[in-house]
Design a protein around this ligand. Structure first.
Ligand SMILES: Cc1ncc(COP(=O)(O)O)c(C=O)c1O
Length: 363
């Protein structure tokens, strides 16, 4: 371990460069860089097979995937979502002309509190957009029940959730549409990237039209679309990374469990409540007893060139430049006390032990 090398919160999982170069040579030979090229189509097919999903459309990034989902479902009105998320969830809602309504979170799972959703539904509500926070499944059954009762659409912000399951199926198979991110920081990445997984072939066709300027298969413009196409360069990166995806998933679980073993015994620390069959272990969030304690621990880590990340912070309902404040006390409180520890493929068990010991000594 190089003692002087900083340890950041994450690093992308990358397959060997030589394998990427081989695929890039094929791209160069083909002369095709974009426009739903062969590599994008192959990646779509391989990911669908791997995750046992139908109706899979790869796009530029997770934010565009959320916007396309809202557009494809013709939503106009209020969308109930969580404030404990990355700002993209909310900006996607706003870019599509809808209003975000914040529902507070469960203090243990950190996901939207399904018991608080119904009280926020009114005549303007059109959809629920929960986030599977840190890759851990929301209470999907209850959310689907509420959506059915009030005839609402469900879009899951599944940005963190690739590789997670729910009731023995990919977590991405739920909702009218699940939108995931394939960003560099995610368990499976294409550098920048995302995908929509729809619950019907018709909806998937619509998403594919929207992704391609509103063109249908005969190249007629049949509706308003935009440019959501992934390049062949990014898809090639996805294709080689996919070969190592199982390895990355296994490694993440092992490292998560090592952190848990090192830190789990301390009553000053709280962890996200997870069901081991319904998560991909992609992040290791720790909740401290106070913000003061968090800052103290962060300083001790920074002194050793270890840089965890306050994530999600602040609670998105408090971004007063972009939303009208709606109180969600649990999210506001937890977001000041939560920090994600470094977790990635190249992080060694020795480094995890150093990080954990530094935390334990500064509590
Ligand atoms: C919860 C959540 N939603 C949406 C996004 C947006 O994804 P992307 O960065 O691929 O646009 C992110 C990004 O990290 C996220 O964490």
């Amino acid at each position: 371990m190089d003692k002087n090398k900083p340890i950041f919160v994450t690093q992308p999982s990358l397959a060997p460069l030589s394998e990427y170069v081989e695929l890039l040579e094929e791209v160069w030979d083909s002369g095709i860089l974009t426009h739903n090229g062969p590599k994008v189509q192959r990646l779509e097919a391989e990911l669908s097979k791997k995750l046992n999903l139908d109706n899979f459309s790869i796009v530029l990034n997770g934010t565009i995937a959320l916007q396309m989902a809202i557009k494809a479902l013709d939503l106009k009105g209020e969308i109930i979502t969580t404030p404990f998320t990355w700002v993209a969830t909310v900006s996607a809602i706003k870019w599509e002309g809808c209003k975000p309504v914040f529902c507070d979170i469960n203090p243990e799972t950190l996901n939207i509190d399904e018991d608080k959703i119904e009280s926020l539904i009114n005549a303007d509500t059109v959809a629920i957009m929960p986030v599977h926070v840190f890759g851990t499944a929301c209470n999907v059954s209850k959310i689907e029940e509420i959506a059915k009762k009030y005839k609402l659409k469900v879009i899951y912000d599944a940005a963190h959730a690739i590789g997670s399951s729910y009731q023995n199926k990919s977590l991405l198979s739920y909702g009218d549409i699940s939108a995931t991110s394939l960003h560099a920081t995610k368990l499976f990445n294409t550098g920048e990237g995302g995908a929509c997984i729809a619950n019907s072939p018709e909806l998937n066709e619509r998403l594919q039209r929207i992704r391609f300027f509103g063109h249908d298969k005969d190249k007629n413009v049949v509706e308003d679309g935009f440019n959501g196409k992934m390049t062949e360069i990014h898809a090639a990166l996805g294709l080689i990374n996919l070969k190592y995806f199982d390895k990355v998933l296994d490694d993440r679980r092992e490292k998560y469990l090592l952190y848990k073993e090192m830190l789990g015994g301390r009553k000053e620390l709280q962890f996200q409540r997870i069901n081991r069959n319904e998560t991909n272990f992609s992040y290791f969030p720790v909740i401290f007893q106070s913000e003061e304690k968090l800052l103290q621990v962060e300083e001790a880590l920074n002194e050793k060139s270890i840089f965890p990340r306050r994530y999600f912070y602040p609670s998105v309902n408090t971004y007063n430049e972009i939303v009208d404040y709606q109180p969600t006390p649990i999210s506001e409180d937890i977001s000041t006390r939560v920090m994600c520890l470094p977790l990635y493929y190249n992080l060694s068990p020795k480094q995890i032990k150093l990080i954990s010991k530094t935390i334990l000594l500064s509590l």
